[in-house]
Each structure stands twice: as structure tokens, then as C-alpha cells.
Ligand binder design. Sequence first.
Ligand code: FES
Length: 159
Amino acid sequence: MEVTVYLSLLFLVLYLAGLAIHRFRFLRDRRRMQDESRNGGRVIAKVDELSPGSVKKFWIICQEYRVDAFLVNERGSFHAYVNRCRHMPTPLDFIRDQFMSEDGKHLMCYTHGALYELATGLCVAGPCKGEALYRLPVRVDGGDVLVGCPQGDLSYLKE
Ligand code: FES
């Protein structure tokens, strides 16, 4: 009986410690995001930092959600998406930092091979065909690429 009580207390303490650490990291990241933001967007890259077809991962905080995302340069146009496949909630780069298909024409989910258009995020092949990646608004401002948060209900951004 006593062992059960001690174990329960131990798990409760570990659980509360985990919550506190999570909260601390969230507040730290939100402060950092405020420092790196202007005009409603976080500065993610310099315009000349990403060559066409290249991708940069980043995170952003939208409302109460910390979102893993990526920015892609599609022939000079920048697009940002939540890094989550529409087939299953896994990041596209299951193989670390790899987002592009072999021919460089599509974004690819490395879990089951779904292909997405760079410019629209639309899944054009694979188990999520017809669905689209969640898009984040992008703006180029003074040589910087800024990414903001979508408007409205963002509960779909929950991990
Ligand atoms: S999880 Fe991406 S294609 Fe299945």
C-alpha cells in the first residue's frame, strides 16, 4: 500500500515538473518570437538566403500553439506550411531535413511518400491526395521573409 502511494506521488511530481518545463519553454520561445517579429510576422530568412527549391525549418507561436513549420522557395516565391503531413500527424521530414522529392518538383512526406505542390501545398499523390498542407501567411519586407499566423480558429494547430 505504501509503495503505491509513494509511486503515485512520484508520478504526480514528475507530471507537474513536465508541465512546468513545457510552460517555461513556451514562455521563453514566445519572448524570443516577439524579439524577432515586426509588422505581425517573425523574420525567418533573408530573401537571398534560400535558393529556389530549398527549404528552411522554423517554429512559430500562434495563439497558444507552438508550431513546427517550414519555408520553401518555389522559383522565387516563398511559401510557408505547418510541418505536418495530412495523412497522419507526422512531420514531412521523417528523414531529418529532407523535404523534396528526388526530382525536386514536389514536397515529399518521407513516411509514406505523399507528394505536395510547392506553391499550393496540395497533396497530388499518395494517401492524402486532395488534402492540403496548412499554410502560414508569408510576406517579404525589406529583404527579409516574414511568416505570420493564420486568422481565426487555430485549434487544428494543436500537436
Ligand atoms: S504520414 Fe505522410 S504520407 Fe503517410
